[in-house]
Ligand binder design. Sequence first.
Ligand code: HAM
Length: 420
Amino acid sequence: MSSDRYKALKGMKDILPADIHIWQDVEKKAREVFASYGFLEIRTPIVESTAVFTRSIGENTDIVEKEMYTFEDKGRRSVTLRPEGTASVVRCYAENHLYNLPSPQKFFYSGPMFRYERPQSGRFRQFYQIGAEAFGSSRPETDAEMISMLKRLLDAIGLREPHFQVNSIGCEKCRPGFKNALLSYFADSLDDLCPDCRRRYSQNPLRILDCKVDRCVEMRKGAPRVIDHLCEDCKRHFERLLSLLETLGIPHTINPEMVRGLDYYTRTTFEVTSENLGAQNAVAAGGRYDRLVKEFGGPETPAIGFALGMERIVELLRMSVKYDLPAPEVFIAALGERAGDEGIRIADDLRKKGLWVEFGDGTASLKSQMRRADRLSATYVFIIGDDEMRSGTVGWKRLSDSAAGAVAVSDIDDFLTRKP
Ligand code: HAM
């Protein structure tokens, strides 16, 4: 029997209690920031029909070509574990006719995504995203608000020095001109491209710009830039966005090489990177996708969104932000069975009031119970022995400075409010 049989799958990892407070803090702050921009939570299934993703993300993308967890279910339908959230939210928006509600409709989500990538630092096969999507506005002001919301969130969680990169990849009007420019640029050196890119050349040449193979990266130095091929409307949209980012005081750079690895984007795309991460340095990314709702059978509806990668964010926060681990307010050390009855009753009472109370093992010595309280970093230890039972009190000890005393059982609430 293989020893890997009872191990987590490659590229999938457990999130242990020692880390979970960082995750919860990010999730809590995300909810607060999203609420201040009017985004409501949406939850879609983790498994969808494969077509939901192939159609939207694009047949010739790395995700669809190589990375999807696709299988046949028992009804012989091809289903896929979602590799990202946008396609599912768009499918949900169109299927539930959410376009009939007042526009814009704004949603956020969080949860696991699955991509069968080569696992490495910062790249997992199950990873978590928090994402936001806004439907119904084509205005560059919405792009700016989206980017500013992402910035506010990164500031709120204490991420240092996020670096915003923006680009525009045009629309269906400017795309054909750009595509032709790309085709002529690569025409003479087709044989030097990797086999995937040779195929992409005829099927979807834009994807050559996203290839990670070294020689393709090298060959596209000097390739035409989409930003130089924008139509008037796209140019105006992009210029307005840049000026709004100035107005909002969001430092950014224009990265004309950023095409993003998904086919659905139109116009604005953006990524946030951090120098403190290794090669996989994008912590969040997004963009506009004005044609996708229509492709899913809804009316023409402009939309824009982003998603941030939780593992990478948590990694950065672990390096830079100090978190206090949660600890019990009270540890009850009871000595013997009778004291144990009193102890468990007091513990029950305090927990009803929402306090974190740990109840020690009454058969263990006081010393060993104190040691456990110490290891848990409890604020107070309440000690209940024969003497305390007789006098209707509990002995207390504050572990931070060893202050000690006694308090009547009837005064415990008051004692914990005053925290002497
Ligand atoms: P994406 O760039 O594929 O975009 O992923 C967004 C973020 O998810 C990345 O910047 C990264 O932090 C994280 N991420 C992606 N793949 C992995 C992985 N294998 N392991 C760990 N983290 C990963 C999207 O998914 C789009 N749906 C974003 C979007 C929303 N565009 C519009 N709306």
